[in-house]
Design a protein around this ligand. Structure first.
Ligand code: GTP
Ligand code: MG
Length: 425
């Protein structure tokens, strides 16, 4: 396998972006779709040399768009000496092949662009395995015949294979590889499960940050925990999950995790492949849904995230809605409007550290809601019960007596049950 050459600034690929708005098919309007495609392309580091937008009622099976539009795109590609055409939509393998033939340039779709960004960002073993799986699942139906070498496309966008290598593959090998990747993901999930259970033993509550990509999750994570997760003004900065202790005051331990961000119409098998990373979200007690309040499409952002959360089956959890970047909003009425529209939400600036105390206070209250007071004597031999109370509860009184230790404490309900059981044994 050949190693991909890194693309330097002056050899950036030149791209023509094609946005096709198909009536009733996408959650965004044409301009919104184009803006998002631009951000994705910029995040991937290509140079945008042309933009085409078109609206259609239906798509054509051979080219996705009409013949006239295809020649318009081909002309633009020639004039601009573009290397690649990027569609805002998912193309079928046939449409992609036909377009490439007529346009005479590499043509990729939105999913491939997103996968490419993920491949460029993946650094941990877990991230790489997940990205490779998603790429292979995408590639499999696109292989006609055997022994397809993606390297025919040349270096750069859309050809970046997992682990910095070009993909050079045949179906049988891909299927074998997919099986192997799935097995190693199962191992990763199992290890993550063990770590989570260890944390669960000492934590009263675990929270997970979720939200649209670039909404400021990692910035909030860093501000709350003094961590140093990289934050950047680009899409999908974070791929790997990070978990840290979150201090909520005396003796109360909480954990909080930062993970990959979401996007409108995120490719389904990307979510499937990233289930190991998203385990932290699935296992959390509380979700902090971070929304960029300064974006004029907060409703769409929110809906896109809710859709992914639904797919993960986590909508029944407690979800705190946190509007971030309020320092970028100078119009007070705009903030009032948001608060009126989402009365139960928080308005914060993760960057400036504004409004965070209210969020922490709510987390504290959520922890307390689930607790009960206990007063009992714990026999000396029941050391395990004592440890449980110390780790998970807040002890108010502790008196040593002949028959054991008298304890007055506030503990989570499930700990109370466990303590009583241990004592009776
Ligand atoms: N003005 C302002 N900018 C912010 C705030 N929070 C985050 N940002 C900026 O928004 C950009 C994205 O922030 P991140 O924390 O990387 O966002 P994220 O949600 O983790 O993004 P991904 O990991 O890419 O999904 C960075 O340039 C941050 O500096 C805020 O409260 N105010
Ligand atoms: Mg991040």
């Amino acid at each position: 396998m050949g190693v991909i050459t890194h693309v330097t600034a002056d050899e950036r690929e030149r791209a023509v972006l094609v946005t096709v708005h198909v009536e009733g098919k996408t959650s965004l309007e044409a301009e919104g779709m184009q803006a998002e495609l631009v951000r994705l392309a910029v995040s991937r580091g290509v140079e945008i040399t042309g933009k085409v937008i078109c609206r259609r009622k239906t798509v054509t099976s051979n080219f996705f768009v009409g013949k006239g539009k295809v020649s318009e795109i081909a002309d633009l590609v020639r004039e601009e000496s573009a290397d690649v055409v990027i569609f805002s939509n998912d193309l079928s393998p046939t449409q992609q092949k036909n377009l490439e033939k007529v346009i005479d340039a590499k043509t990729i779709d939105r999913t491939q662009l997103i996968l490419d960004i993920f491949a460029a960002r993946a650094s941990s073993n877990e991230g790489k395995v997940q990205v490779e799986l998603a790429q292979l699942l995408y590639l499999l139906p696109r292989l006609s015949g055997q022994g397809v070498r993606l390297s025919r496309l040349g270096g750069g966008i859309g050809t970046r294979g997992p682990g910095e290598q070009k993909l050079e593959v045949d179906r049988r090998r891909i299927r074998g590889r997919i099986g192997k990747l799935k097995r190693s993901l199962n191992d990763i999930t199992a290890r993550r499960g063990v770590r989570h259970r260890q944390r669960e033993r000492i934590a009263r509550i675990t929270a997970a940050l979720v939200g649209y990509t670039n909404s400021g999750k990692s910035t909030l994570f860093n501000t709350l925990t003094n961590a140093r997760v990289a934050t950047k003004n680009q899409l999908f900065s974070t791929l790997d999950p990070t978990v840290r202790k979150l201090s909520l005051g005396s003796k109360q331990t909480a954990f909080i995790s930062d993970t990959v961000g979401f996007l409108n119409d995120l490719p389904h098998h990307l979510i499937e492949s990233f289930k190991a990373t998203l385990e932290e979200v699935v296992r959390a007690d509380v979700l902090l849904h971070v929304i960029d309040a300064s974006d004029h499409r907060i409703e769409e952002q929110k809906a896109a995230v809710i859709k992914v959360l639904e797919e993960l089956g986590v909508l029944d959890k407690t979800i705190l809605t946190v509007f971030n970047k309020i320092d970028k909003i100078s119009d007070v009425n705009e903030l009032k409007r948001i608060k009126r529209r989402f009365p139960d939400s928080f308005l914060i600036s993760a960057l400036k550290g504004r409004g965070l105390e209210d969020v922490l206070e709510r987390l504290r209250r959520l922890m307390d809601k689930d607790t009960e007071d206990i007063e009992l004597v714990i026999p000396h031999k029941c050391y395990a019960a004592m440890i449980m109370i110390r780790e998970k509860g807040t002890i108010q009184r502790e008196v040593y007596r002949e028959n054991g230790v008298f304890i007055k404490a506030r503990v989570p309900k499930k700990i109370k049950c466990a303590v009583l059981k241990t004592i009776k044994m």
